[in-house]
Design a protein around this ligand. Structure first.
Ligand code: NAP
Ligand code: GDD
Length: 329
């Protein structure tokens, strides 16, 4: 039974990747950092099937100790400070987690077992002010946020350790991917949760920032499959993972409010406080290399993604309403 370590297992991608690895017969070690309140909402259903190891990307010794104790063959580094606006207010902390954290983990691999296969969660945010359309593995980076800058560092240190120390290290340049498990601060889930609340009479408005930016939005479970595939090849490499379609935030609004027969323009309020100091206007990926070499392709369309997220939020808020009604009865 192969063993895999997943950092960021409590996050959106970590939870889906842990499910996939369990299905493939892996022993899964999920690294979690110490918090005063346990935050296992996304992994509660598989909590008994995985092992939890305490560690932090800020703490070198904890990373070395986990590798020494569990001896994984594969390490997936999904942990990061992943919210772009926070990277503007906490740029140094973002650099510590999202940039230097990658080197700490790669150094731990180099010290404990350089034969470990390593996946780095790189991001389309590295393309920032895009140099070409669509973006591929050969497109130059031009990050537009401290988060994007940190991810560029993480990408290049992964390439550098592969070339310097012959580590099987891959960087997956993943475009935005969403699901009902997406953090509520990200625009897709903020919108679909808002739509459900408005439909059920729990909210009257939805405050948002820039509606013109365009993203290449895919479905998270498809994207974790690409991560796993990258570590199963003969040679390590870097891959763009994307749907190849781009849509604006405005289109996301039309589709999601339209799904419940509402007109988004009656409810959305534009709020300057959600604008960023620098914006990434347009992302659209060319995943043809992943298609050719990994046999990967997305399985969920933009419309399907929006609808499944709205439906999941409607179900969630209906359940909450029933619970509230039962407890006040
Ligand atoms: P997410 O939901 O924000 O999850 C981030 C995870 O990182 C959480 O489990 C968090 O733990 C953990 N973490 C944060 N700081 C840590 C630290 N110092 N030590 C240990 N763990 C730490 O992110 P996601 O959407 O699943 O994304 C996974 C990875 O892919 C991230 O690296 C992200 O930057 C990257 N990425 C995401 C997308 C996307 O569209 N989702 C696209 C490209 C790249 P807590 O639960 O304790 O906070
Ligand atoms: N979060 C948020 N909240 N975004 C808003 C809002 C709002 O109220 N209103 C408009 N937007 C716009 C943002 O300005 C941005 O252009 C777009 O919606 C998407 O924002 P997010 O959903 O926060 O995602 P992101 O593209 O900045 O970053 C995500 O994708 C990256 C991959 O490109 C994150 O998951 C990153 O971790 C990931 O690397």
């Amino acid at each position: 039974m192969p063993t895999a370590l997943v950092t960021g297992v409590t996050g959106q991608d970590g939870s889906y990747l842990a499910e996939l690895l369990l299905k493939q017969g892996y022993k899964v070690i999920g690294m979690v950092r110490r918090t005063s309140t346990i935050n296992f909402d996304r992994i509660r259903h598989i909590q008994d099937e995985i092992e939890i190891a305490q560690g932090d990307l800020l703490d070198q010794l904890s990373l070395i100790s986990i590798l020494q104790e569990y001896r994984p063959q594969e390490v997936y580094n999904l942990a990061a400070q992943s919210f772009v606006p926070t990277s503007f207010s906490q740029p140094v902390l973002t650099g510590e987690f999202t940039a230097l954290g990658v080197t700490r983990l790669l150094d731990a691999i180099r010290i404990v077992d350089p034969s470990i296969r390593f996946y780095q969660a790189s991001s389309s945010e590295m393309f920032g002010k895009v140099r070409e359309v669509p973006q591929s593995e050969d497109t130059p980076f031009y990050p537009r946020s401290p988060y994007g800058v940190a991810k560029v560092y993480g990408h290049w240190i992964t390439v550098n350790y592969r070339e310097s120390y012959d580590i099987y290290a891959c960087s997956g340049i993943l475009f935005n991917h969403e699901s009902p498990r997406r953090g509520l601060e990200f625009v897709t889930h903020k919108i679909t949760s808002g739509v459900a609340r408005i439909k059920l009479g729990l909210s009257k408005e939805l405050r948002l920032g820039n509606l013109d930016s365009r993203r290449d939005w895919g479905y998270a479970p498809d994207y974790v499959r690409a991560m796993w595939l990258m570590l199963q090849q003969d040679n390590p490499d870097d891959y763009v993972v994307a749907t190849g379609e781009t849509h604006s935030v405005r289109e996301f609004l039309e589709e999601s409010f339209g799904h419940v027969d509402l007109d988004w323009q009656e409810f959305v309020v534009q709020d300057d406080s959600y604008y960023r100091p620098a914006e990434v206007d347009l992302l659209v990926g060319d995943a043809s290399k992943a298609g050719r070499q990994l046999g990967w392709e997305p399985s969920v369309s933009f419309g399907e993604l929006v609808r499944l997220m709205v439906d999941a939020d409607l179900e969630y808020w209906q359940r909450q309403l029933k619970r509230d009604a039962a407890s006040s009865a």
